[in-house]
Design a protein around this ligand. Structure first.
Ligand code: NI
Length: 174
């Protein structure tokens, strides 16, 4: 397992639709997941999508517990999600600040569905179906967007609410 370099916004792999995983027994899959957890932990991420480490496959991970980059966020269970789908449970969208390890130092105010149902598979190929709301739902929507070549700035409605963390939230630097 290893901390891998994270691709930054502008890299073409981040703009592609990732390929579905078809072989859950491929040992490379577990190795990629291990590298993703190491990389996410090293950078205090809330989630990571495989394309961010240059692997263009439909795989995301997320986990939030006492995260210094998201100090007020509720906990999100450690999840490996493969070949995901997302269904909104209502039309309600909420705005909140997001960051991304592929866009270091910046934050943007992004609308997301408040409540969703997401499905997919875990690392063993076992189907998952989970209902989530608020920050948990936001993290899933952000990460799954990565699998379709979408980064959060593309979702921002008012670009005045996109900028450098140090300028938007100067008090947090103390
Ligand atoms: Ni991201």
């Amino acid at each position: 397992m290893a901390v891998r370099p994270v691709l930054k916004m502008g890299h073409p792999i981040l703009q592609q639709t990732a390929a579905p995983v078809t072989d859950f027994d491929d040992p490379k899959l577990a190795a990629i997941v291990g590298d993703m957890f190491d990389t996410m932990a090293a950078l205090n991420g809330a989630g990571l999508a495989a394309p961010q480490i240059g692997e263009s496959i439909q795989l995301v991970i997320f986990q939030v517990a006492n995260n210094s980059r998201y100090p007020t966020a509720e906990a999100v269970p450690k999840t490996i999600l493969i070949n995901p789908t997302i269904t909104p449970l209502s039309d309600t969208q909420v705005d909140d600040w997001e960051g991304c390890l592929s866009i270091p130092g910046m934050r943007g105010l992004v609308p997301r569905y408040q409540s969703i149902r997401y499905t997919g598979y875990d690392l063993n190929g076992t189907p998952l179906a989970i209902e989530a709301s608020d920050f948990h739902a936001r993290v899933v929507q952000h990460e799954v967007d990565h699998l379709f070549g979408i980064l959060y700035p593309q979702r921002i409605k008012d670009l005045r609410y996109f900028g450098f963390e140090s300028e938007l939230f100067p008090a947090d630097l103390s």
